[in-house]
Design a protein around this ligand. Structure first.
Ligand SMILES: Cc1cc2nc3c(=O)[nH]c(=O)nc-3n(C[C@H](O)[C@H](O)[C@H](O)COP(=O)(O)OP(=O)(O)OC[C@H]3O[C@@H](n4cnc5c(N)ncnc54)[C@H](O)[C@@H]3O)c2cc1C
Length: 99
């Protein structure tokens, strides 16, 4: 974390903590305070990159389970629940050992 913050500082990245993006318009962005709901308007951006968590995609697992099979079925890692790589791969390793 410290290394990341240090790099952000070196590159003069401005961080606006505790604000949720509410609106993207050609002339600017609106954020609202995550706590009080106070709006903040900012201008001068040409690109917006959205990075919002992750959702699992268990569609194949669900489909195979619904179709029914004699083979044991497992869903492992981030497909079951998105999380950090250590936990996801540990989960996958446990299932690998069961198989
Ligand atoms: C943008 C981003 C940044 C991240 N940064 C970090 C970080 O800094 N630190 C950290 O700990 N974790 C981070 N993670 C989380 C980390 O990437 C996951 O925890 C980890 O990759 C999960 O491993 P996995 O093997 O379960 O799934 P994956 O790594 O997603 O592997 C699943 C594989 O299965 C393949 N696949 C999917 N469907 C099929 C199919 N039908 N047939 C065959 N193959 C298929 C996919 O192509 C993929 O190669 C980040 C994730 C994202 C998206």
């Amino acid at each position: 974390m410290g290394a990341v913050l240090s790099r952000l500082e070196q590159h003069e990245i401005v961080v606006h903590p505790n604000r949720r993006l509410a609106e993207v318009r050609p002339d600017g962005l609106t954020f609202v305070s995550a706590f009080g709901g106070k709006p903040y308007r900012t201008e001068g951006y040409d690109t917006v990159v959205l990075v919002y968590g992750a959702v699992p995609n268990g569609a194949l697992y669900e489909r195979l389970r619904a179709e029914g099979t004699n083979c044991p079925l497992y869903i492992a890692g981030a497909a079951w629940t998105p999380r950090r790589i250590a936990e996801a791969t540990q989960h996958g390793a446990r299932i690998g050992l069961i198989i």
